[in-house]
Design a protein around this ligand. Structure first.
Ligand code: PEP
Length: 252
C-alpha cells in the first residue's frame, strides 16, 4: 500500500503575515491522524519560519529547489545541508518552471536530485512533457528521458525514498488538467520505467499528479490506480481548497 501524499508548491507567493494565516488555517483544518502525508513548499526565505509554525503538527515542509553543490561560491543558491538545517524534509527538483525559465537541464536536475537524496531530503522529482511534445506523441519518450537521467546518476535504490510528480507542462497554471485517463497512462509509464530496473521499488514508489488540481477535480484524478496524490500549485495557496484536495487524497 502506498501512502498518499499531497504537497503544496507555493512558488513565489506569500508574505510572512499571509503564510501565518494560511498555516494556521491548515493546522486547524487537517485531521489529527491523517492517512495521507501533507507538505507545503514555501519560498526559501520563509522555510525557517514556516518550519517553526508547523513544528510537531505532522505537516511537512519542502523547498522548491536545491543547489547541486554542497558548499561554496554559488551566489543565490541554497545547499541540501542548509535546507535540512532550517527544517525541510522535502525538496522539489526539476519543476518545469526551473527547467523552462531557468534552463535547468536533465543532467543538472539529476545532480540536484542526488544532492538532496544524499543529504537525507526526500526529492520530489518533477517530470512531464510540453504541449508540443504531447501533440507530437512524445509524452512517454520525454518522461523516460527525464527519469533515466536521474536513475543513471542516482541509481534506482534512491527511488526507495523519493517521490515522482508527473506534471504535464501544458496543465501547469493553465486551469487545464490532464484527464484521469491521461494521468493514469503517464503514471503507469513512469512506474514501468522504474520497474525495468527494480519492480519492488517501482511498486512502492509514490507518483503524484500535478497540473491544475482543484477541489473539484482532485477526487477523480486521485482515484486512478497509479496516482498517489498531488503536487498542487495555485490551489495550495487557499486553505479551504488545499484541505479539500488533501481530503480527496485521504479518501483513497
Ligand atoms: C505546479 O506548479 O507544480 C502546479 C501543479 O501548479 P498548478 O497546480 O497551479 O497547475
Amino acid at each position: 500500500m502506498r501512502r498518499p501524499f499531497v504537497a503544496g508548491n507555493w512558488k513565489m507567493h506569500g508574505t510572512r503575515a499571509e503564510n501565518a494565516v494560511l498555516i494556521e488555517a491548515l493546522l486547524l483544518g487537517l485531521p489529527a491522524q491523517p492517512s495521507v502525508d501533507i507538505a507545503v513548499c514555501p519560498p526559501f526565505v520563509y522555510l525557517w519560519e514556516v518550519a517553526r509554525l508547523v513544528k510537531g503538527s505532522g505537516l511537512g515542509v519542502g523547498a522548491q529547489s536545491v543547489c547541486a553543490e554542497p558548499v561554496g561560491a554559488f551566489t543565490g543558491e541554497a545547499s541540501a545541508t542548509m535546507l535540512k538545517d532550517v527544517g525541510c524534509q522535502y525538496v522539489i527538483v526539476g519543476h518545469s518552471e526551473r527547467r523552462g525559465i531557468f534552463k535547468e537541464t536533465d543532467a543538472l536536475v539529476a545532480r540536484k536530485f542526488l544532492a538532496a537524496h544524499s543529504h537525507g531530503l526526500i526529492p520530489i522529482l518533477c517530470v512531464g512533457e510540453t504541449l508540443e511534445e504531447r501533440e507530437r506523441g512524445q509524452m512517454a519518450e520525454v518522461v523516460s528521458r527525464q527519469l533515466r537521467a536521474v536513475l543513471d546518476v542516482a541509481g534506482v535504490e534512491a527511488m526507495r525514498t523519493a517521490v515522482v510528480a508527473y506534471e504535464p507542462v501544458w496543465a501547469i497554471g493553465t486551469g487545464k488538467n490532464a484527464s484521469p485517463a491521461q494521468a493514469q497512462e503517464a503514471h503507469a509509464h513512469i512506474r514501468a520505467e522504474v520497474a525495468a530496473r527494480d519492480a519492488k521499488i517501482a511498486a512502492a514508489l509514490r507518483v503524484l499528479y500535478g497540473g491544475s488540481v482543484k477541489a473539484t477535480n482532485a477526487r477523480e484524478i486521485f482515484a486512478m490506480p497509479d496516482v498517489d496524490g498531488g503536487l498542487i500549485g495555485g490551489a495550495s495557496l487557499k486553505a479551504d481548497e488545499f484541505l479539500k484536495i488533501c481530503a480527496a487524497a485521504q479518501a483513497h
